[in-house]
Design a protein around this ligand. Structure first.
Ligand code: COA
Length: 416
């Protein structure tokens, strides 16, 4: 089955997570992604947190599937010459080097645009161009702090907290992929490439937009009724950390289930949707709450919402998280078990849908990864192994018209 991005050639000048997550997604959808790596070492994640000596680390294999690897020293004249040839025949170049690195290498946007005016140049940086921090190098947690996630995550009596979800890295990569696809469609209309830039701070903030909503509400009315601080606690002039409170218009909390004393993940998330109050009361065996004025409306419930959660926890005490959800789902209550990575890795539904996939690898044996979270009716993205360092160098160079002799001499240069 032909894939929508087949025929799109991408120079993948990315490393670590933000850039690789973007190009991996495009590779799943059919793009020819050529990862350009420094000879001898390659992407730093090949070596980071290795679990098998001498084999690429999972950090690398899980972010670089379906790609080719070309080793090239792009600071040397011979390497630059190869890169220029590749640029002339590619559709997209993606990079997430530190600020100014590409310019220092001699490949500024102006130069790239001169070499190939149709090429899209896509970049991830920590901060946007012109921002007062635009010279900073940035990793995941730095971005979470700069983008508003850390100040609004965690409990009010603890420090700002980092989320395990890669809001700064993979999330920024997903934003960049949308930008690239948009620029490709734009190019169909104008015939011109363009520069697409996404900052990690902006991408985190984009996901924290409801917290900016809350800041404005707080400034107007002085309180936020869905936060645990309401009505008994104090609000300052900034959005507080709300623990596990629901972020939308309906209260929710993480609640203990049977076994929580020994299992740190024996919990469910329970949401009290306003219009689901009656089924909630029925599910909990509390029909008397349905018309009780102290419980009947969301407004009446809010002052004693934690007492209500306490009653639900008492109901959950003899049920596992799975048993509880099996009962609550029959009442149409939005809830889920708190799932561990082990449970997710072995989840038959996720295996069947292609969200968790097992990929054979030349050196590692097989490994688990997260496949495409985007599902299509006419295409099933296949996940193939990440490339070994330089695995496709000869193939890519031959494709650029280099003779066997040239490739041999370039190989000598690569090894230096
Ligand atoms: N051949 C020769 N040199 C190469 C090369 C190649 N194939 N590939 C990379 N390099 C060089 C670059 O030219 C640069 O050299 P220079 O600094 O002398 O100009 C260097 O390798 C890479 O620099 P940099 O990207 O700054 O690496 P770093 O390890 O110091 O910093 C980050 C890593 C992630 C902090 C930084 O790249 C960054 O801030 N990126 C933007 C935001 C981002 O994506 N963050 C990470 C998200 S996971």
């Amino acid at each position: 089955m032909s894939k929508p991005l087949e025929g799109i050639k991408i120079i993948d000048f990315t490393h670590v997570q933000a850039g690789p997550a973007c190009t991996q997604l495009l590779a799943w959808f059919g793009a020819d992604v050529i990862k350009v790596e420094r000879p001898g070492s390659g992407d730093v994640t090949r070596n980071q947190l290795r679990d098998i000596p001498d084999a690429d680390a999972l950090y690398f294999t899980m972010l670089n599937s379906n790609k080719k690897s070309l080793t090239l020293d792009t600071k040397k004249p011979e390497g630059k010459e190869v890169l220029e040839k590749l640029i002339r025949e590619s559709d997209v170049l993606v990079e997430n080097f530190g600020p100014g690195a590409l310019d220092r290498m001699g490949f500024s946007w102006e130069r790239l645009n001169e070499l190939n005016p149709k090429m899209i140049v896509a970049s991830v940086k920590g901060f946007s161009d012109g921002h007062h921090y635009d010279d900073l190098k940035v990793y995941e947690n730095v971005a979470q702090c700069a983008g508003g996630a850390a100040s609004t995550t965690g409990f009010w009596d603890g420090p700002p907290t980092i989320s395990a979800a890669a809001l700064g890295d993979s999330n920024t990569g997903m934003h960049l992929a949308i930008g690239i696809l948009t620029a490709l469609i734009g190019r169909d209309k104008t015939g011109k490439g363009q520069k697409v830039a996404v900052s990690m701070q902006d991408s985190v903030l984009n996901l924290c937009r409801v917290k900016l909503r809350d800041q404005q509400r707080l400034e107007r009315v002085g309180y936020l009724e869905e936060y645990p601080q309401y009505p008994h606690g104090e609000f300052s002039d900034v959005v507080p950390r709300g623990g596990n409170a629901g972020g939308g218009g309906q209260p929710g909390w993480v609640l203990k289930c049977k076994g929580w004393e020994t299992d740190p993940n024996a919990y469910i998330y329970f949401t009290i949707q306003g219009h689901a109050w009656e089924p909630i009361c029925k599910a909990l065996g509390k029909p008397e709450w349905i018309d009780d004025p102290a419980y009947k409306t969301a407004e009446a419930r809010q002052p004693h919402i934690f007492e209500i959660f306490g009653t639900i926890e008492a109901w959950l005490a003899d049920k596992t998280k799975f048993e509880a959800v099996d009962i609550l789902r029959k009442f149409d209550i939005p809830c889920a078990p708190v799932l561990t990575m082990k449970e997710l890795a072995n989840d038959p539904s996720l295996r069947a849908s292609g969200t968790i996939v097992e990929v054979p690898h030349k050196k590692r044996g097989s490994y688990l990864t997260v496949g495409s979270p985007i599902k299509f009716s006419d295409m099933k993205p296949e996940v193939t192994a990440s490339p070994l360092l330089g695995e496709h160098t000869d193939e890519v160079l031959a494709g650029l018209g280099y003779s066997r002799q040239d490739i041999f001499s370039l190989r000598e240069i690569k090894a230096v």
